[in-house]
Ligand binder design. Sequence first.
Ligand SMILES: [Zn+2]
Ligand SMILES: [Zn+2]
Length: 497
Amino acid sequence: MRRALLVLLVAAVIGRSEVVYKVRLSAGEGGAVVELPQERYVAAVLAGEVGSFRNEEALKAMAVAARTYAAYFRSRHRIEGYDFCSTTHCQRAILKDAGGRFKKAAEATRGQLLWFHSKPAFAVYTQDCGGKSEAAHAVWPAAQAPYLAVHTDPYCRTNSRAAWTWEIAAPTLSNALTQAGMRVPARLRQVTIVKRTPSGRALTLSLAGDGESSLISASSFRFAVGRTLGWRTVHSDQYTVESSNGKIRFQGRGRGNGVGLCQDGADEMAAEGKTYRQILSFYYPGASVSVLANDVKWTSVRSPHALIFATRKTTAAQAARLTDEEMSALQSRYGLTAPANLKIYVYPDMESYRNGTGEPGWVAAHTLGTRIETPPLTILQQHGGFRPVIRHELLHAIVESAAHPGLPLWFREGLVENLSGDHVHFAPDAKSQKRIERSIGNREDAARTRNAYAAAERHVARLRARYGVAELLRWVREGLPDEIARSSTSSKPANSK
Ligand SMILES: [Zn+2]
Ligand SMILES: [Zn+2]
């Protein structure tokens, strides 16, 4: 595999080396908005949400769930100028604890998401389902998540934390609910469950006292109580309720809404030797774990030079037309022909491109053998167009497929840089320059990589002036003449990958 600097430059404008989230730290950590690379954010969420996990496979399962959750809910706080808060509203995150085993679990599953129909899954999770998970649509009626159905959970059952009891004086409860803005009958005496969800959790409650009784949703009730009387009260909606002698008594199981991965169950599964993939497929059956959106539905158009894939026929046709024009130009200018079996994949969005190629966002296209993968046309059109990118990648595919064994990298990269022409080189503005540097990690490396490519291109340009293009292309197939290979060792770029 290769990455050209040009591609790097083009791509630096498009994305970054990694998904980066703007996260508002908790008040305890200063409350500032910070930019966190995806994996660092995932590690911080592990520290915040499941710091008590005893088992590494369970941590890894949660890392995938947390990463997917973030991908799904990205920019939730856009209006406030960041992506996520650090409370349970989004995911609890503790940055100062994001090292050690949390960092390890994030790294071990780097980039992996749960996918369903080529989109990140609705990867919600719950502290403890109390032995029976809830269906997503019972909590979020609009959720399209058939993998989040009611099922029993034998793994969290044995956990003693599952059962809970909470008793409160009726007037205290009445005050709390009123304070939370709910309509409560005067002199509240009785709370009854009038409707349950498919898993048997409370869905609708009736509050009875003097006058007309009122109906409220169990989840609104639970949040109202949590906000006013604290969260160690009604832990879930899975309970029975009795009202007598001015007291209301809840007896329940589980913690949280019971939807998705059950944290207590996941830790128990790992303790029993299950892998993180087994844990995820137990809690999100039908969603697939991968870095790739492997269920992107491709459609293809055949062009004279390649088979072009996109998710829409019109996009594939447009990419095919541009590819043919570029390929024909390379043919008439240099006598090049496209390699057999050339396939070009145009991804529908950056998310699936990043995940589908396993490439960080700053690579504008990706060529492996005779397979070229590019970001969406619309994105490329905003950043210099599809043409220079596809020309560059076509040259790579041609050179790589014809390359004589042992043909040095500097020659292959330099030749592609040179043949693709000046107009594809552009000087990034100061802002994108900064991004490139951040992408690569530090200034020295960015500069060295840039210099290496520039040196390779200059060297090839000198050879081209002296021997001509046809001769250079012959060297691609037959290998470098000894004297060129020898004389070039001194100017061979040190770091050209
Ligand atoms: Zn939030
Ligand atoms: Zn459970």
